[in-house]
Ligand binder design. Structure first.
Ligand SMILES: NC(=O)C1=CN([C@@H]2O[C@H](COP(=O)(O)OP(=O)(O)OC[C@H]3O[C@@H](n4cnc5c(N)ncnc54)[C@H](OP(=O)(O)O)[C@@H]3O)[C@@H](O)[C@H]2O)[C@@H](O)CC1
Ligand SMILES: Nc1ncnc2c1ncn2[C@@H]1O[C@H](COP(=O)(O)OP(=O)(O)O)[C@@H](O)[C@H]1O
Ligand SMILES: [K+]
Length: 514
């Protein structure tokens, strides 16, 4: 699903208005009606107090139009106009007049009075600012937002939490609505997914307001949101007359004394994701434990007891997956140096492979085309240096990906796969996965898909999605805290099955079936 910028949303608006030959207030009417339907379906007329805080732009206009629907349906509402500017939008004014025609007079707030009382059991509709916020709110507006946040009332944000920018982080973290729910129009917004701004969005849902399909289909976006509809077409079915040779041979290189488990996790994840064969190259100390714990993995031990001193890659290996638990001993660094200067095939670099690259920046130029790097934020910082905020981080990663023609899998709550100027934001996963070794599992899964013939971008996106899905299925059975990387591997199989499950038919459809 595409993630549009604010400018693209304004363009979609104009395109739709021209093509459908409608006035702009029709779009506002659709927006308000969709929100009303969403609320009405859940509230069923309940007499809970609903406070609508409306700005003076189109986001405020949505709120004012919504107030009319709520009033017409007997809800107990109170409407406030947060009067932060004289520059009211045309459609806001149209809707304000419609409200006044119904003898509903909002209370105008201008910072000279105490903030209105809101009780814990009330509902707040936040329609103060939408995607048009372009500077920090005035202090009194920021304080009003803070006041609503501490009220504890259920807060429903229209389109985007007020105070959230589309392209930068807020200056004052207290001056952003902490929304229990965001009802966003047509497409998700990029700040919902970044660690510094996603904290303001507990849950979000999209409302279709009928923006023009041609515009939505043909417009290229800098980001995409990856769900089942995006990954399912990437799947390559296994055919009857195939054999293990068809599904590639992953060479997993890494491990060191005390960290052989990292290679075990990556190797087992690669096999469980469907790789035909997996060979692990590890220091001697891991030979017996690995051979006995995962009999399916072939093991090649280094001459050195505790760390790797040589990487042996042959034509039989289709993919190299390197760095998990590897350490950074001088001789390991030398082996990496020799390897990266001559290897040109498919490559996944994780953990200490990334740390060595960070310490020896001259080696970055030797990365083979489409190498896949899987840093967590700390590893990324070592690789790229510091960034001002999450938005700059994304720009730095894009520039890196373009310069070195590589793919970066930026791991986190919403892992983002970056190739060139484009980012693919993952939808699966949960905080149960914040546990040692889950990154090793991911590296093995990416390598496995590469070995099976998926393209580098597809392998990255598919692995990240399935890894998160396995995590979601695992917590459904075990809870968050009991999640371990090994359990995550146990759910890879179920995550494939989940992928192919048909959606449950709606109740009406069930009834129609013979
Ligand atoms: N296709 C869709 O998705 C549809 C979306 N719709 C809705 O429209 C919303 C966007 O509306 P919007 O463009 O009027 O902007 P909004 O956020 O209401 O801000 C209002 C104005 O405030 C100003 N301003 C900015 N920062 C400020 C500050 N700190 N302090 C004071 N003033 C500040 C700035 O104007 P400026 O003063 O800079 O000229 C800005 O224009 C969108 O989120 C959705 O709810 C639907 O109605 C129709 C279909
Ligand atoms: N809060 C979270 N929500 C979703 N996924 C998470 C969360 N925290 C961590 N993960 C995932 O878990 C994995 C952790 O990787 P990493 O930090 O490299 O672990 P390790 O180095 O121990 O293997 C990543 O794939 C990351 O996306
Ligand atoms: K809002």
């Amino acid at each position: 699903m595409k993630i549009f910028s604010a400018q693209q949303i304004y363009d979609a608006d104009n395109f739709t208005i021209t093509k459908q030959d409608i006035s702009s207030d029709i779009l506002m009417e659709r927006s308000a009606l969709r929100i009303f339907e969403w609320m009405h379906q859940r509230l069923q007329g309940a007499q809970v107090k609903i406070h609508l805080f409306c700005g003076i732009g189109n986001n405020g206009g949505d709120g004012i139009a919504l107030a009319r629907y709520l009033q017409e349906n007997g809800y107990d509402i109170k409407v406030y106009v947060v009067n932060y500017s004289e520059k009211r939008s045309k459609d806001f004014l149209i809707n304000l007049d419609r409200l006044k025609d119904r003898k509903l007079w909002p209370e105008f707030l201008d910072g000279n009075h105490d903030a209105p009382k809101v009780q814990r059991e009330d509902i707040v509709v936040d329609a103060i600012f939408g995607i048009g916020l372009n500077r920090p709110p005035a202090p009194w507006v920021g304080e009003l937002i803070g006041h609503l946040n501490v009220s504890g009332a259920f807060t429903l944000a229209v389109d985007i939490p007020s105070g959230m920018f589309m392209e930068r982080i807020p200056e004052n973290p207290e001056h952003v609505i902490r929304a229990n729910y965001v009802l966003s129009f047509q497409a998700p917004k990029i700040p919902f997914f970044l660690p510094q701004t996603g904290i303001y969005v507990n849950q979000w849902e999209l409302l279709d307001i009928g923006l023009d399909a041609e515009y939505l289909l043909t417009t290229q976006t800098a980001f995409e949101f990856i769900g089942k509809p995006e990954v399912l077409p990437m799947y390559i079915p296994r055919l009857k007359f195939t054999h293990k040779g068809t599904y590639g041979h992953v060479l997993a290189i890494g491990g060191s004394k005390g960290k052989i488990g990292a290679i075990r996790l990556a190797s087992e994840a690669a096999l469980t994701t469907g790789a035909g064969r997996v060979t692990a190259q590890i220091p001697k100390c891991g030979y017996l434990p690995l051979q006995t714990s995962v009999p399916e993995v072939m093991v090649e031990a280094d001459d050195q007891e505790d760390f790797l001193t040589n990487f042996f890659v042959s034509d039989s290996h289709s993919v190299v997956c390197l760095g998990m638990g590897m350490g950074q001993e001088d001789k390991t660094v030398s082996a990496f140096n020799r390897f990266i200067k001559q290897y040109t095939g498919p490559l996944v670099i994780d953990a200490d492979g990334l740390n060595i690259l960070a310490k020896h920046p001259e080696l970055k130029g030797h990365l083979p085309k489409d190498a896949i790097l899987t840093p967590h934020p700390k590893e990324l910082k070592r690789l790229l240096g510091d960034w001002k905020d999450d938005f700059e981080k994304l720009e730095l990663v894009k520039a890196f990906s373009i310069k070195y023609k590589c793919i970066v899998i930026l791991k986190g709550a919403h892992t983002i796969v970056v190739q060139g100027g484009k980012g693919f934001i993952n939808s699966t996963g949960n905080p149960g996965m914040a546990t040692a070794g889950t990154g090793d599992v991911l590296a093995g899964m990416v390598a496995s898909f590469l070995a099976q013939g998926y393209g580098p971008l597809q392998a990255s996106i598919f692995a990240v999605y399935l890894h998160g899905l396995a995590g979601d299925l695992a917590i459904a059975e075990n809870g968050y805290e009991a999640m371990t990387a090994s359990k995550l591997i146990d759910f890879i199989g179920k995550s494939f099955l989940e992928l192919f499950k048909r959606p449950e038919p709606a109740p009406e459809e069930q009834q129609q079936q013979p």
